[in-house]
Unconditional design. Structure first.
Length: 256
């Protein structure tokens, strides 16, 4: 996994095992979880995830699965500390995460796409919740997020059949934001990053935390939590700068 921090405020993470279509090992999942946990809205405006070569990620490394011998208890501990933690860190990450989907996103690769805040794919990209093909259920947050993104019936379809579908259908389902021509992908991502740089990253983090936390609450608890976080937002420098900029008829200069 390659990590590049540039002066533009964007942390770029590239899955770099192209010989196995960027298949994920538990070590890779743990490393990505660590990187997301270290994200800082005062230093980064966005995190971009992409793949090296012709795939975003083919999902879990099957060869690693074949070599593994463990009890159910050991399997739980391994999953909880790696792919489970990765899902938690992505959902709580204080910096917006963008998926630059350069090719197929399968299994855990597709689940990671679901965890991101923005996702754009090339026209040739294919998707599959392929876990069932190797006798597994969706993980890396898949059973939690898929029904919320694509709806209950569509989530069951994808999880139970493991069928492959194209980027156009992924857009229609709500799994990704959009599909673009391969030579336009970087331009589309750059346009999004330009927008995110102009927005207050700490405020985005508050909104993200609230949206995700409220997914599992009833409406009364959700509204109360929303009010709590909004009261915190009112006291931030970002809010003060936004109000001042509006009154002074200028663009706001957010420091985070």
């Amino acid at each position: 996994m390659q990590i590049a921090d540039n002066d533009d405020g964007v942390r770029r993470i590239t899955f770099d095992r192209p010989d196995v279509l960027n298949a994920f090992t538990t070590e890779t999942a743990a490393e990505l979880a660590d990187v997301l946990a270290e994200s800082d809205p005062t230093e980064q405006d966005a995190i971009v995830l992409t793949g090296e070569g012709r795939a975003f990620s083919a999902g879990g490394d099957i060869e690693s699965m074949a070599a593994r011998e463990e009890t159910p208890e050991e399997a739980y501990e391994r999953i909880d500390e790696t792919f489970g933690r990765l899902a938690e860190e992505a959902l709580s990450c204080r910096v917006p995460i963008v998926a630059r989907i350069n090719g197929d996103a399968v299994g855990a690769g597709m689940a990671i796409v679901a965890l991101t805040d923005f996702a754009y794919a090339v026209e040739s990209a294919g998707f599959s919740a392929a876990f069932v093909r190797v006798g597994l259920i969706p993980d890396t947050g898949g059973t939690f997020l898929l029904p919320r993104l694509v709806g209950l019936r569509a989530a069951k379809d994808l999880a139970f059949t493991g069928r492959f579908f194209d980027a156009a259908e992924a857009t229609d389902l709500g799994l990704i934001n959009g599909v673009v021509a391969e030579d336009e992908l970087d331009e589309r991502i750059d346009d999004l990053l330009d927008t995110l740089r102009k927005r207050p990253t700490r405020t985005i983090g508050l909104a993200k935390r609230t949206i995700h936390a409220n997914l599992g609450r009833g409406w009364e608890g959700a509204l109360d939590y929303e009010n709590v976080v909004q009261s915190q937002a009112y006291g931030t420098q970002e809010h003060g700068e936004g109000v001042d900029a509006f009154l002074e008829d200028r663009d706001p200069d957010f420091q985070s």
